[in-house]
Write a protein of this length. Structure first.
Length: 393
């Protein structure tokens, strides 16, 4: 078994990470000692096993996420996308690491910043763009827009437009997981992601109370990107150690810009919840490059130097890219070619999405109620703001 050590990316390093080569494609990465902070729990091990194939997969998806969101930014500014739009660039390691640490039987529900998780749960990039345009081939048939993506067959439940409202629903998903699992067997888990700006809401406290009372396999996952809209965490929360907010519920804080750290933490938490030990608080320390939404330039409450500093030292996509190069899994030229290929792929998806059209008006009465067999039960009448334009079947 070949072993070697090398200096890895400066990001997260104190003073340098060590990589132990297990084979030509497998490697163990040693994370810095301050990667995890625990509350009423042990912390995951600092040695993370990965491989060339996994790192290339991470880079593929994370780079697609980044280019997709940059494209959404441009299409919004061109007025091809209307309404609310919240972008995810900068937070890619959170979605990717979470996905890597879960199974497809585990349920995920998140906030309106949902495009990236959607593509990890089976929505195509073309479907993302089509939904953003309000077109019929979109992930939600053009009815949801930016904030409402779903993939029920892969246990992805949105996409929630109301701040924090996904958390009680996520708790219900965790309840269903426990209810439907035979006693003594490991359970699928439920994960509800929400931002630091939602962390002090009453509905979250109530959900945590129920999850604790009933030992539900529920993860309260806080994406702490430092600003709830335009308010910094130290101005909005008397306790900004969000992983401790569960009181007697254990919690874990992780470097959310490192996909390997998020993967390791997710697997650790999943084992706890799936084994019937109750809920868990999970805070990921991350950062968004765009403002809160497209109406927020993101420069009035933080400096350009601050944003640029994160890009230079903590960027999650660049971390994976540099890791692949430093480990000898790819050359700089090969990574550049891959980036070019992925950009072309996103552009192709955009072009295909633009060929679609708006849904027919008859769709306004569908996908609202189901009958006793679970099939769609179209409404006979939908009232519009202008009653003269109301739809009658």
């Amino acid at each position: 078994m070949m072993q070697r050590s090398l200096k890895l990316v400066r990001q997260h390093a104190k003073p340098a990470n060590l990589a132990r080569m297990l084979s030509t494609s497998e490697v163990t990465i040693d994370l810095p000692a301050d990667t995890f902070q625990g509350h009423l729990t042990d912390t995951p091990g600092l040695s993370v096993k990965t491989s060339k194939e996994e790192l290339l997969n991470f880079f593929h998806h994370m780079y697609i996420m980044r280019r997709m969101e940059i494209t959404n930014d441009m299409e919004y500014k061109a007025r091809n996308i209307r309404g609310f739009c919240h972008l995810y660039d900068g937070q890619e390691a959170v979605a990717m690491g979470l996905h890597a640490g879960l199974t497809m039987e585990d349920s995920i529900i998140t906030s309106y910043r949902c495009h990236a998780i959607a593509i990890l749960r089976g929505v195509t990039v073309e479907q993302v763009f089509a939904e953003m345009f309000g077109f019929s081939k979109g992930a939600s048939k053009g009815k949801g827009g930016s904030m409402h993506f779903y993939k029920k067959t892969h246990n992805f439940y949105g996409g929630q437009g109301i701040v924090g409202a996904q958390v009680p629903v996520g708790t219900g998903l965790a309840f269903a997981a426990k209810y439907n699992t035979p006693p003594g067997e490991k359970m699928p888990i439920g994960v509800a992601l929400y931002g630091d700006g939602a962390a002090n809401q009453g509905q979250i406290w109530e959900s945590a109370n129920m999850a604790s009372l009933w030992d539900l396999p529920m993860v309260f996952m806080i994406e702490n990107n430092k600003y709830g809209m335009g308010t910094s965490t130290n101005r909005s929360s008397s306790n900004d150690k969000y992983y401790t907010m569960g009181n007697h519920i254990p919690g874990l804080r992780v470097n959310g810009m490192n996909v390997l750290a998020v993967k390791q933490a997710t697997a650790f938490i999943r084992e706890h919840c799936s084994s019937g030990k109750g809920p868990f608080y999970f805070e990921v320390d991350t950062y968004r490059y765009h403002g809160h939404s497209m109406s927020d330039p993101g420069t009035t409450y933080r400096t350009r130097d601050e944003v640029g500093g994160v890009r230079q030292t903590r960027d999650p996509v660049e971390y994976v890219k540099k890791l692949l190069i430093d480990l000898g899994f790819a050359t700089a030229e090969e990574m550049k070619a891959e980036e070019k290929r992925l950009r072309a792929s996103v552009e192709e998806s955009l072009a295909k999405a633009k060929k679609d059209t708006f849904p027919p008006k008859e769709w306004v009465i569908t996908d609202i109620y189901s009958d006793e067999h679970g099939k769609d039960a179209p409404l006979p009448y939908v009232r519009m703001p202008d009653i003269k334009k109301s739809f009658i079947r």
